[in-house]
Design a protein around this ligand. Structure first.
Ligand code: NAP
Length: 290
C-alpha cells in the first residue's frame, strides 16, 4: 500500500539555521565588538542574479551580519574584477567574498575564483577548498564547502538519525552540487554512487539508494518507481515549467507516495542555500580570527 512521505521543511530549517547564526553574531558582537562581514560582487545586471544578491543582503541584515554588495558594470574587464577581489582580500573587515555567478562571457570564471582568498571563499569553490573537501582531511569546523551541498546535508541529518552505512545515489556531477554533495556523503560514511548522463540503467541504480540526491536540472526526471520504498529524497533541482510553475528534478507527486521523506520544490533545498552562505561567512570569521 502506498504511504505518504514526511515532507522535509527546508523553509523552517533555514529559518532556524539563520536564527541560530543571528544569536552567535549577537554574542560575538557583545564580547568583541566585531561583526562578521559578507561582501557580494555582482557584475552586470542579470535579473535573476540581482534578485539573488538582494535577498542575500536582506537575509544577512536580518541576522545582524554586515553585508555589502559591489555592483560592477557588465562591460567590466577581468582585470577590473581581479582588482576588486584583491581589494576585498586585503580588507580585514571582509570575512566572506562571494562572486555572483554566472559572470559575463568575456570573464574567465576559473581565474576569478582562483583569485579569492581561500579563507574568505564562502562559496567553497576555490580549488584549495574543493581539494580539502575531496581529500577528506579538512575538519568541518573550518572547511568552507559549497552552500547548496551543505544545505542538503543539514536537511538529511535532520531527516535521518544515522547516515553511516547507508547507500546514497547522487544524480549529477557538477562542481557546484553533485561532486561536493557526494564528498560530504562519503565523509558521513555513506556508500556513495555518483550517476550522470552516461550512467547505464539509472532507474535500477537509484532503486538501490536509501538516500537519493537529484541535481540534474530536468523537471520531474526521477520517477516514483525508481525510488526504494522508505528512501529519503533530496531534490536540488529548480526548473521553471512553461506555465511559470517551479518544480524539482523529482516527480514529487509520484515519489511522495513511495519515499520515507522528501524535500518539496519550492521550500526544500532552495531556502537552505542562502542560510548556508551565512553559516559559511560565520565559519570564515571564526577561522580567520581564531
Ligand atoms: P549542471 O551543472 O547542469 O549539472 C547537471 C548534472 O546532471 C550533470 O552532471 C549531468 O551529467 C547530469 N545529467 C544531465 N542529464 C542527465 C541524465 N539524463 N541522466 C543522468 N544525469 C544527467 O547543473 P547543477 O548546477 O548541478 O544544478 C542541477 C539542478 O540544481 C538545476 O536544476 C539547478 O537549477 C539546481 N540548483 C539548485 C540550487 C538550490 O539552491 N536549490 C543550487 C544550485 C543548483 P553530465 O555531467 O554527464 O553532463
Amino acid at each position: 500500500m502506498a504511504g505518504q512521505a514526511r515532507i522535509i521543511d527546508g523553509k523552517a530549517a533555514a529559518a532556524a539555521l539563520r536564527a541560530g547564526i543571528g544569536e552567535e553574531i549577537a554574542a560575538i558582537r557583545a564580547s568583541t565588538g566585531l561583526v562578521p562581514g559578507l561582501d557580494v560582487v555582482l557584475v552586470g545586471d542579470d535579473p535573476a542574479s540581482r534578485v539573488y544578491v538582494a535577498s542575500k543582503e536582506k537575509l544577512a541584515a536580518e541576522i545582524g551580519m554586515k553585508s555589502r554588495a559591489h555592483r560592477l558594470p557588465a562591460e567590466s574587464s577581468e582585470a577590473e574584477l581581479l582588482a576588486k577581489i584583491a581589494e576585498l582580500n586585503a580588507d580585514d573587515t571582509v570575512d566572506g567574498i562571494l562572486v555572483q555567478l554566472p559572470l559575463p562571457k568575456h570573464i574567465d570564471t576559473g581565474v576569478i575564483i582562483d583569485a579569492i582568498d581561500p579563507a574568505k571563499d564562502v562559496d567553497g569553490l576555490h580549488p584549495i577548498n574543493a581539494g580539502r573537501l575531496a581529500s577528506g582531511k579538512a575538519s568541518g569546523a573550518t572547511l568552507l564547502v559549497p552552500c547548496t551541498p551543505l544545505g542538503c546535508m543539514l536537511l538529511l541529518k535532520q531527516a535521518l538519525p544515522v547516515l553511516a552505512g547507508l547507500e546514497a545515489v547522487v544524480i549529477g556531477r557538477s562542481e557546484l552540487v553533485g561532486r561536493p554533495v557526494a564528498q560530504l556523503l562519503l565523509q558521513a560514511d555513506c556508500t556513495v554512487t555518483i550517476a550522470h548522463s552516461r550512467t547505464r540503467d539509472l532507474a535500477s541504480v537509484v532503486r538501490r539508494a536509501d538516500i537519493v540526491v537529484a541535481a540534474v536540472g530536468r523537471p520531474h526526471f526521477v520517477k516514483g518507481d525508481w525510488i526504494k520504498p522508505g528512501a529519503t529524497v533530496i531534490d536540488v533541482g529548480i526548473n521553471r515549467l512553461p506555465d511559470g510553475k517551479l518544480v524539482g528534478d523529482v516527480d514529487f507527486a509520484e515519489a511522495v507516495a513511495v519515499a520515507g521523506a522528501i524535500t518539496p520544490v519550492p521550500g526544500g533545498v532552495g531556502p537552505m542555500t542562502i542560510a548556508c552562505l551565512l553559516r559559511n561567512t560565520l565559519t570564515a570569521f571564526q577561522a580567520r580570527r581564531g
